[in-house]
Design a protein around this ligand. Sequence first.
Ligand SMILES: NC(=O)c1ccc[n+]([C@@H]2O[C@H](COP(=O)([O-])OP(=O)(O)OC[C@H]3O[C@@H](n4cnc5c(N)ncnc54)[C@H](OP(=O)(O)O)[C@@H]3O)[C@@H](O)[C@H]2O)c1
Length: 352
Amino acid sequence: MRLDAEEQDCRPDAPLTTAPRVLRDVTSEAPCATAYGVDALRCERHNEPMTDARITPQTSGVGWIGTGLMGASLCGHLLAAGYRLAVFTRTRARAETLLARGAVWAESPRAVAAAADVVFTMVGTPTDVREVVVGPTGVLAGAAPGAVLIDMTTSEPALAREIYDTARAHGVAALDAPVSGGDVGAREGRLSIMVGGDRDVFERVQPLLACLGKTIVHQGPAGAGQHTKMVNQILIATGMIGVCEALLYAYKAGLDLETVLTSVSGGAAGSWSLANYAPRILRRDLAPGFAVAHFLKDLGIALAEARRLRLALPGLALAEQLYRALEAQGHGASGIQALVVALGRLSAVDWP
Ligand SMILES: NC(=O)c1ccc[n+]([C@@H]2O[C@H](COP(=O)([O-])OP(=O)(O)OC[C@H]3O[C@@H](n4cnc5c(N)ncnc54)[C@H](OP(=O)(O)O)[C@@H]3O)[C@@H](O)[C@H]2O)c1
């Protein structure tokens, strides 16, 4: 069955709730659903899996749970591409900008799933993921067979595999698709997206992932996306120690920090972390693009996985301890560039 919607206005800023949409089965030409607001987002499929359906703004409703620093930017790209979007997040105020742009509020993750063909989750922790996916008002309580769930939260590989199996029992396909590229990458739609799950499902959701990222790679079966993200976080962990120690050294040596950055950023020591976090440190901007509390969650997952793999990773363990100290110093909600504060305190340097 191929489905289409009459009178759809897919402009990014088009309101979704002003008029009923008539969704109809274009194969039989018979109208098959009339609905308002959130109910109008999902094509009526008579519970048939849409395994062959191409995902376009005209054929597919999208749901999003978790509109924080990352999720809000990413939802903006889907709206800009013309997708009809149902959203839910814990604190509704964090969705208001999206609602003003035409997203539709749903009262629970279950309601999001009931209104959408593809549901993204991008919440905080594995506990949050469990709640919004398998909880009593979670995605799987509302998703129809044939729906796709894409979890972009940085979470545990084992939980990704558990969700894959549980979703499958509901006839729902699940991908773990954590990202790298930070708040800047999310705003610019340039994220690296690392995906675990079935390759055919990965290929089917390409039109959506292409709105959100530039490097989109299938890493293997369920959980492989989260394992790849742990590789990414292990790289960031020791990299941030290097960035902050180097800046402290330059500061104490009395160098001009701007000109130092010009020299070292373009040389062999350059990195994404240096390019994006060092300027924030120089501006004394410790606001979160990526919060310390979330990074500590990631370091904990990586350390647990390393232990399970019988790997000693002392650099990772040191970074976890330093970030733990930073959190104890009141910086859990700061951005990860605030590590410079905890490192500075070791030598009684009051900077930045
Ligand atoms: N920021 C980055 O640079 C970055 C980069 C890569 C990956 N990540 C990962 O991406 C995820 C999101 O990061 P973020 O920076 O966007 O975090 P964030 O700003 O804290 O956003 C998370 C959002 O999810 C909502 N949420 C949490 N639990 C929920 C629940 N049970 N039900 C409904 N909504 C819930 C939060 O609600 P409240 O507003 O009420 O807290 C918040 O709005 C994290 O796993 C993080 O590790 C972040």
